[in-house]
Write a protein that binds this ligand. Structure first.
Ligand code: AMP
Length: 588
């Protein structure tokens, strides 16, 4: 397929904010894409080059893209940067400058999707001496052969900001529309931008099957190829595989113990909700792989965890769901997540880190045991298998502390005990519930103390003054409203000024945000919404100042959540509304 066909789709997606319209356009392209290009198209529509859980990243900075445009057009870097400041989007800059490029090649070749994909992917494998020059050469070759519109999207893909915002749900629906329009009687009306489906029930079944396929592979490309070649039956081939991470099961919120019983039934299992980070552990023979909640591979960062599993798990193969919790090596007391968070990204001095910041693995679920998937087994049975499969050893690997009760008072006591111990609250789990990857199916709920902090994403920031000049020092936050980001406030307290203070410093935060800047406007900068933080506050108020309609009173930065959460996981406007109502109830 020619790249310009994909660019045509990008342009259509750019011109509408309506989800159904986007779904329709994407589905049309998927329908006409051949098997070989399909996995590429599926990634590139999302502006990606690799599935999320792959460790490889494109790894070029905006600055390098500016240099590549310079090399392709002959226009000075200074002029390109001036244009970038004006336009606020390197994509538009590339488009504009390629249009008036000085070194136009006489016979630009037509770029194919594969050319662009392979060229950009190739960048991440270039390392070592001379690699910057080779990256520059590869990128400028793309720009030289690109039409202005193509250059716009190549630049945006390179800086990892396609700006057309399609979510996983849209992509899933587009795949369904591409292959099941006739079978399910899907009728899209482009005038009214609405759809009708003849067979809703069947439609929902197909959604479920495709969701399952995705949650077990994290790869819509693979799902689409199977559907194209073999229809729904193709998906049967997708099974839980030791070594391939699955999307972890998520938990809904419950207001209190009674509310929890309503969702998970009686009796229920209650477990402490520990404040660490989620670890999905795969073991096969002597091979152990460890993934975070976002399915990043952190095996090499936690060699001791692999040893615990080898030493204390009695199975040839298994997949465990666990919370890794840091503890003080002296007092053995649990520490908040923040204390061990630095281990997740650490690339060197691993053993020293493991000694300084040890973790205890609290296992709370098992999805595979000795060659058998346990996804469809009830939690009661999974826990029983877990008790057999894992020998417990304090400070190394233990099972989540659990009680089973139908007595609200006992559960309440357990909950209060957990809060007293400094934990976040409790989880309540349905004993008959299966393990449903990737969804908040209601087989488990979390109960946290009232006015729980919010997970929000930083969408913009402002440079500080005086002592804080040179740092980004206040951060504009957003929640999500059906995939759209809505601003809800601005936080500047809670971060530290001095490097030797414990916690995140302004300097670190500035370092995280700078590469994400998309629109520098003097002191105010817009950033790509990637940095998720946990924010505490005194109260939620109605407000006309922010697009969400709400504002946080006395917001306070609590901690970075980037290792566990992406913009897809932040709190929703619905959550904010619920908390607002709850707080009103409490105030009465
Ligand atoms: P939240 O991050 O607020 O959505 O809460 C869910 C998270 O709590 C899970 O992703 C786990 O990382 C964590 N967690 C802590 N203890 C448990 C437990 N016993 N069972 C399940 N999840 C737990």
């Amino acid at each position: 397929m020619l790249y310009k066909t994909l660019v045509l789709l990008y342009e259509k997606l750019d011109s509408t904010s309506k989800r159904l319209e986007k779904t329709y356009h994407i589905s049309q392209l998927i329908r006409e894409t051949g098997k070989d290009d399909l996995p590429l198209i599926i990634l590139m529509v999302q502006g990606k080059m690799y599935p999320e859980w792959e460790e490889t990243k494109i790894g070029v900075s905006s600055k390098l893209v500016v240099k590549a445009i310079n090399k392709a057009t002959g226009i000075s870097e200074k002029d390109i940067e001036a244009e970038w400041k004006k336009q606020g989007d390197l994509g538009l800059v590339a488009e504009h400058l390629i249009k008036k490029k000085k070194q136009s090649s006489l016979f630009p070749k037509s770029l194919s999707v594969k050319n662009v994909f392979e060229n950009i992917r190739g960048l991440s494998s270039l390392g070592g001496k001379g690699s910057v020059d080779r990256k520059l050469a590869a990128m400028s070759e793309l720009f030289i052969n690109a039409t202005p519109k193509e250059a716009k999207y190549i630049a945006r893909t390179l800086v990892d900001n396609l700006r057309i915002g399609i979510g996983k749900g849209t992509l899933r629906d587009a795949i369904i529309w591409a292959y099941f329009t006739e079978k399910l009687g899907i009728k899209y009306d482009p005038e009214k931008i609405s759809i009708e489906v003849d067979d809703r029930e069947k439609y929902n079944e197909v959604v479920e099957l495709i969701r399952r396929g995705y949650d077990l592979t994290n790869d819509f490309g693979k799902v689409a190829v199977l559907l194209k070649e073999r229809g729904l039956r193709g998906l049967d081939e997708i099974e839980l595989k030791v070594g391939t991470p699955i999307n972890p099961m998520l938990y809904q919120k419950a207001e209190d113990i009674d509310d929890a019983f309503k969702t998970v039934g009686k009796p229920a299992a209650f477990e402490y909700k520990l404040d660490g980070f989620r670890m999905q552990i795969h073991k096969k023979g002597r091979q152990v792989n460890i993934y975070t909640r976002r399915l990043e591979n952190v095996t090499s960062q936690f060699p001791e965890v692999a040893d615990f599993v080898m030493g204390f798990a009695k199975a040839e193969s298994l997949i465990l769901d666990a919370e890794a919790v840091g503890y003080d090596p002296e007092t053995k007391k649990y520490l908040p997540f923040q204390a061990i968070s630095q281990r997740i990204k650490r690339k060197y001095d691993i053993d020293e880190m493991a000694e300084k910041f040890p973790v205890e693995v609290n296992v709370f679920d098992i999805m595979h045991y000795d060659g058998k998937s346990l996804l469809d087994e009830p939690f009661r049975k999974r826990r029983a298998i877990l008790e057999k499969a894992v020998l417990q050893k304090q400070q190394k690997i233990v099972l989540a502390k659990q009680i089973i009760t139908e007595d609200a008072e006992k559960a309440q006591k357990f909950y209060e005990e957990s809060l007293k111990m400094g934990e976040e609250g409790v989880m309540a789990k349905n004993l008959e519930g299966i393990y449903k990857p990737g969804s908040r199916a209601g087989y488990g709920v979390k109960i946290k103390s009232i006015l729980e902090p919010l997970d929000l994403v930083i969408v913009a920031a402002e440079y500080g003054e005086g002592k804080r000049s040179g740092w980004l020092s206040s951060f504009i936050l957003a929640c999500s409203d059906n995939g759209e980001l809505k601003e809800i406030g601005k936080v500047s307290t809670g971060l530290k000024e001095l490097d030797n203070e414990e916690g995140t410093t302004f300097r670190e935060m500035t370092g995280l945000l700078k590469p994400l800047i998309t629109e520098p406007r003097g002191k105010y900068v817009k950033v790509r919404p990637e940095i998720v933080i946990e924010v505490g506050y005194e109260e939620i108020q109605k407000s006309v100042n922010y697009s969400s309609g709400y504002a946080l009173r006395f917001p306070r930065f609590l901690r970075l959540r980037t290792d566990e959460k992406t913009v897809d996981d932040i709190n929703t406007l619905e959550d904010v509304e619920r908390l607002y109502q709850k707080q009103r109830g409490r105030d009465k």
